[in-house]
Every structure is written in C-alpha cells, then in structure tokens.
Write a protein that binds this ligand. Structure first.
Ligand SMILES: [Zn+2]
Length: 145
C-alpha cells in the first residue's frame, strides 16, 4: 500500500488527469481504503470545482449585464461626491490662504471670512454625514430619480 504522504503528493495530478494509469489506480485503491486521504481528495476536488465556477467565461450574459449596470452607477455617484467635497475643501483652503497672506485685507475681514469658511466646512460635513446615514437606513435609495 502506498504511503499517505506519497498519495497526497499525487492527488492534484490525479485531479488534473496527469498521472499514468498505474499511479491513478494506486491513488484510487488508497483513497478507497484510507479515510484521511479520501477527505483530502474531497477537499481538493471541491476546491477545483469552485475555482472552475469562478472563471469569467462561465458567466452568462445576464450576469454580466447586471454587474455592468450596477457597479458603475454606484461608483460614479460616490466619485461625484468625493470630487465635489475635495474640490470645495481645496478651494476653501486656497481662499483662506490667499486672504490670510494678503496684507491689504483688514484683520476683521480675515476673521469674518475665516468664520464663514469654517461655517461652510461644518455644513458640508453635516450634509455629507446626513447622506451617509440616509444611505444606511434608506432601503429604497436606488429608486430615487
Ligand atoms: Zn492515506
């Protein structure tokens, strides 16, 4: 009888159909008699099935179209929000920097503008936060037009 170690080494070749007739029979005889190698064989063959099912060319056209219609829309909506928020933040920081370094602008104006920018930043954050919360709680978010 073959040793378990040797049979385990031959199992993947057995599943791929790469063994000689003699080796195939040796593996089959051993698996029939040895529960632990049978279990390894079952695990390996199940794994091979799952890998096979993951292959993209096995996906049906309807599966493809459902993925293509769902992912980009949600993705582009998120990207739109990220760009909007990032742009607002950058222009705010730029505006604040321009005013803070301009000596001709009175300190009172600088302070007021800083306060306005800070207020806008807080509003932006709260709106963004509200949207996040709504996304999590609203189950019918995809129906909105
Ligand atoms: Zn064995």
């Amino acid at each position: 009888m073959e040793s378990c170690k040797r049979v385990e080494q031959m199992l993947s070749g057995y599943l791929d159909g790469e063994l000689t007739q003699g080796d195939r029979q040796r593996v089959e005889v051993h698996i029939d008699a040895c529960p632990s190698c049978k279990r390894v064989y079952d695990d390996l063959s199940e794994l091979q099935d799952q890998v096979g099912q993951l292959k993209l060319d096995r996906m049906s056209p309807s599966e493809w179209s459902s993925i293509m219609s769902n992912v980009p829309i949600k993705g582009s909506r998120s990207i739109g929000w990220i760009l909007l928020i990032a742009g607002s933040v950058i222009i705010s920081i730029y505006g604040m920097w321009e005013f803070a370094t301009d000596d001709t602008v009175p300190a009172l104006v600088k302070t007021s503008l800083f306060s306005i920018y800070l207020g806008l930043a807080f509003l932006l954050v709260s709106v963004g936060w509200q949207r996040l919360v709504e996304r999590k709680t609203d189950k019918y978010k995809d129906i909105e037009i």
